[in-house]
Design a protein around this ligand. Structure first.
Ligand code: SAM
Length: 193
């Protein structure tokens, strides 16, 4: 029987405990968006794609499932969410996905070709709907992370692909050209010139 986890948001979210399922609408990428974003990032086979702030692995696992000829990675600072991502990877037997439990500033971004970014740093500005109260939040952390990612993305070679979802675009250097977007402009596909 073919697995049904990757068919709807509800069936995918069943991979996780109820508390994590309840966060899905607010914090994890919807399945249709993940498929569209992954399709853009995996346009060429054999590339390494990194989700910066991968949560419980929803984008990473959906991308890996639909694009088996690319390698999808997720870096996540919260160990609890990383643990759920690993469990979902095992359960779905997704071979071409891997998860790293670190702050993204501790990862060598030069090792990855293309990037997905669902406004991971916004939690530092938003006082409502926080995932938990285990970490420090501040405006200056938002500025620091956005600036750090901006500089790293700026160093990448021409042809680097970036997808942003709900982003304020503080991390997008001007060298990235907008090549496609959803009708509501929340999902944007960029390519470095
Ligand atoms: C909006 S959620 C998106 C999750 C996932 N990308 C998805 O689309 O399903 C953002 C995630 O980024 C993580 N995050 C925020 N700042 C981070 C940082 N500096 N390093 C690593 N992860 C971070 C948060 O813990 C949260 O899980």
């Amino acid at each position: 029987m073919r697995p049904t986890w990757f068919l709807t948001d509800a069936s995918f979210d069943w991979l996780y405990p109820e508390r994590i399922q309840q966060m899905s609408r607010r914090h994890w990428t919807p399945l249709g968006i993940a498929k569209k974003a992954a399709g853009f990032l995996a346009a060429e086979e054999g590339k390494n794609i990194l989700d910066i702030g991968s949560g419980v692995g929803k984008f990473t696992l959906i991308g890996a499932h639909y694009y088996p000829l690319s390698a999808f990675y997720g870096v996540e600072q919260r160990s609890e969410l990383h643990h759920y991502a690993l469990a979902a990877k095992e359960y779905t037997k997704t071979e071409n996905a891997a998860f790293i439990n670190l702050n993204f500033t501790q990862v060598d971004l030069a090792a990855y070709d293309h990037f997905y970014f669902y406004n991971a740093f916004f939690e530092n500005l938003d006082t409502k709907d926080r995932i938990d109260h285990q970490i420090e939040y501040s405006d200056s952390l938002y500025q620091y992370y956005s600036r750090y990612l901006y500089k790293e993305l700026d160093k990448k070679p021409a042809g680097t692909r970036l997808v942003t979802f709900h982003s304020l675009e503080d991390e997008v250097p001007p060298g990235y050209q907008l090549v496609d977007a959803s009708k509501d402009f929340l999902l944007k596909m960029w390519m470095k010139r």
